[in-house]
Write a protein that binds this ligand. Structure first.
Ligand code: SAM
Length: 243
C-alpha cells in the first residue's frame, strides 16, 4: 500500500540518521563548535533560559534527542537540587559519550535509549520537554509532538530549538553556499566523511517553515505557541504549553 511504502522510506530515513550519529559520536562536540562558530552554545543558553526550573518544588525535565548532554548539563545547572534531568536519545553512542563527559559532575542524570516517536516513559510526568537540533531528524514529526504532549504534565512547557529557513535573500544564498559546500567539507576534514553532512543539510532544507511548524505544535494540542527567531532566523525556538 501507499502507507507501507511511506513507512519503508521513513524507516530508511531513521537508519540514515543513526548512521550519521554512530559515525560522529566521538567528535560530535568538536564539530558542533567548528560548524556553528561556537554559536550553538549561545543558542542553547537562550533555550535553557526559557526553561525556568522551580528551585523549591521538584522539577522533572526531559531532554529528547539529547545527544551528548549539552542541554541537560545546562538545565541541571539552572535548576536546584530538586531538578531531575532525563536525557533521551535513540543512539547509544551519543548517550555513552554524554555519560562519560558528565560523569565527573556531582549531578545524577537519567539516561534513556528511546525514540522520540514512541517515548518509553509514563504520561503526565514532566514539567518541561526540550528538543535541540533533534526534531528535524525525526521521520514522523507529528508522532514526536503527540508524545511530547503525552509525557508533559498539565502546565508543562514544550521547547524546541531548530534550524529554520532564512528570510533574507542574500543571507539565504550565503547560507546555502555555507550549508552545501562548507559544512560537508568540514565534516570530511574533521570526521573523515562529508556524506553524512550532506544528508543533514538536506534535512534542514526539508524541515517545515516556522509558521507551519507552529501549526503542527498546535495540532498536537499545545496552547500559547510562540516562535522566537535568533541570529537573523538561522535558528528558531518554538515554545508552547500543555494547558
Ligand atoms: N540535542 C543535542 C545537541 O543539541 O547537541 C544533539 C543534537 S544532534 C544534531 C541530533 C540527535 O538526535 C542525535 O543524537 C541523534 O541520535 C538523535 N536522534 C535522531 N533521531 C532520533 C529519534 N527518532 N528519537 C530520539 N533521538 C533521535
Amino acid at each position: 500500500t501507499h502507507f507501507g511504502f511511506t513507512d519503508v522510506a521513513l524507516d530508511r530515513k531513521q537508519g540514515l540518521v543513526d548512521d550519521v550519529f554512530h559515525k560522529v559520536a566521538e567528535r560530535y562536540d568538536v564539530m558542533n563548535d567548528a560548524m556553528s562558530g561556537g554559536l550553538h552554545r549561545v543558542w542553547k543558553d537562550v533555550l535553557v533560559s526559557m526553561v525556568k526550573p522551580s528551585r523549591e518544588a521538584p522539577f522533572r525535565h526531559l531532554d529528547v534527542a539529547g545527544g551528548t548532554g549539552d542541554v541537560a548539563k545546562r538545565v541541571a545547572k539552572a535548576g536546584g537540587p530538586s531538578t531531575e534531568v532525563t536525557v533521551l536519545d535513540i543512539n547509544h553512542d551519543m548517550l555513552r559519550v554524554g555519560r562519560d563527559r558528565l560523569a565527573d559532575k556531582a549531578r545524577a542524570f537519567r539516561y534513556v535509549a528511546g525514540n522520540a516517536e514512541s517515548l518509553p516513559l509514563p504520561g503526565s510526568r514532566f514539567d518541561c520537554y526540550t528538543i535541540a537540533f533533534g526534531i528535524r531528524n525525526v521521520p514522523r514529526i507529528p508522532l514526536a509532538l503527540a508524545e511530547a504532549y503525552r509525557v508533559l504534565k498539565r502546565g508543562g512547557h514544550f521547547l524546541c530549538l531548530e534550524f529554520s529557513a532564512v528570510d533574507v535573500p542574500v543571507l539565504d544564498h550565503a547560507y546555502d553556499l555555507f550549508s552545501f559546500q562548507v559544512i560537508p567539507r568540514m565534516g570530511k576534514m574533521i570526521a573523515g566523511d562529508g556524506e553524512p553532512y550532506r544528508y543533514l543539510v538536506e534535512s534542514i532544507r526539508r524541515f517545515p517553515g516556522v509558521d507551519t511548524f507552529s501549526d503542527m505544535i498546535a495540532d498536537a494540542g499545545f496552547r500559547r505557541v510562540k516562535a522566537t527567531r535568533l541570529t537573523g532566523g538561522v535558528v528558531t525556538i518554538h515554545s508552547a504549553w500543555k494547558l
